[in-house]
Write a protein of this length. Structure first.
Length: 226
C-alpha cells in the first residue's frame, strides 16, 4: 500500500517516510498542495497524510478537492490545534486528526486502524439494515430510504459498529477501541465523527439514527425516518 505524505517540512517528510517504510508501506511525498493533488491522481494512494498549513493550496482545500473525487482516507497532521480547524477538517471528510509534535509509532498505528476499517479483510460483510437505513460495508455504501449518503471510512466503520449490535449500548471508550484499536484518540475526535455522522443521516431523512443515553453511551435508534 502507498501512503501519500503532504507536508512542507522536509524533516517531517523524512521522519514519516522512514516510519511508514519500516511498517511495510510505500511512500510518495509532496511539499505543497498542488503537488499533493498531482501525486494523489498519479499514485492512487491508500491513504493521505495531509498538513493543514501547506503552501500553494492549504490542506483544507486539498481535502475538499480530494473528497470531491475520491473516498481515499485522509489523516490531518498539523501544528494547528485549534478546535475550529479540527472540526472543519473532519467535517470536510478527514478520517483523523493529529497535531505536531507527534509520535511516529502512534501515527502508524492510527493509519493501520483507518486502513483496516477502509479496506477488505475476511469474508465480505453482509448489508446491515435498520428501519429506512441500509449500510453495505463491502460496497462502502449507505442509503436512507434508498437515497445514497456519502460517508467517510471512519463514519462508515462507526455506523457499522453500532448497527451490528443495534440494541446494545456502546460506551465511548468501547467505540474508540473498536475504531482505533490501542491508538490513543481524544474524545473530541470521536465526538466530531459522531456529530458529522448524525448530521449526514438527519439531512438524508433519518434524524433518529443514533440515540445518546447520557452518562451511559450510545445505541442505534429506530431509524423510522423523517
Amino acid at each position: 500500500m502507498k501512503i501519500l505524505v503532504a507536508d512542507d517540512d522536509p524533516e517531517i517528510r523524512t521522519v514519516l517516510t522512514v516510519a511508514l517504510e519500516r511498517a511495510g508501506f510505500g511512500v510518495v511525498s509532496a511539499a505543497d498542495g498542488q503537488a499533493a493533488l498531482r501525486e494523489a491522481r498519479r499514485a492512487g494512494p491508500a491513504l493521505v497524510v495531509l498538513d493543514v498549513g501547506l503552501p500553494e493550496l492549504d490542506g483544507l482545500e486539498v481535502c475538499r478537492r480530494l473528497r470531491a473525487a475520491s473516498a481515499v482516507p485522509i489523516l490531518f497532521l498539523t501544528a494547528r490545534d485549534d478546535e475550529i480547524d479540527r472540526v472543519l477538517g473532519l467535517e470536510l471528510g478527514a478520517d483523523d486528526y493529529m497535531t505536531k509534535p507527534f509520535s511516529p509509532r502512534e501515527l502508524t498505528a492510527r493509519i493501520k486502524a483507518i486502513l483496516r476499517r477502509a479496506g477488505p479483510g475476511g469474508p465480505p460483510p453482509q448489508p446491515l439494515r435498520r428501519g429506512v437505513l441500509t449500510l453495505d460495508p463491502e460496497q462502502h455504501a449507505c442509503t436512507v430510504a434508498e437515497a445514497p449518503v456519502a460517508l467517510t471510512a471512519m463514519e462508515m466503520a462507526l455506523l457499522a459498529r453500532l448497527m451490528r449490535h443495534p440494541d446494545r449500548i456502546g460506551t465511548r471508550p468501547e467505540l474508540s477501541d473498536a475504531l482505533y484499536g490501542n491508538a490513543e484518540v481524544s474524545d473530541r475526535t470521536l465526538d466530531s465523527h459522531l456529530r458529522n455522522l448524525r448530521r449526514k443521516l438527519a439531512e438524508a431523512g433519518c434524524p433518529d439514527a443514533i440515540e445518546t443515553l447520557h452518562g451511559i453511551g450510545l445505541r442505534m435508534g429506530a431509524c423510522r425516518g423523517a
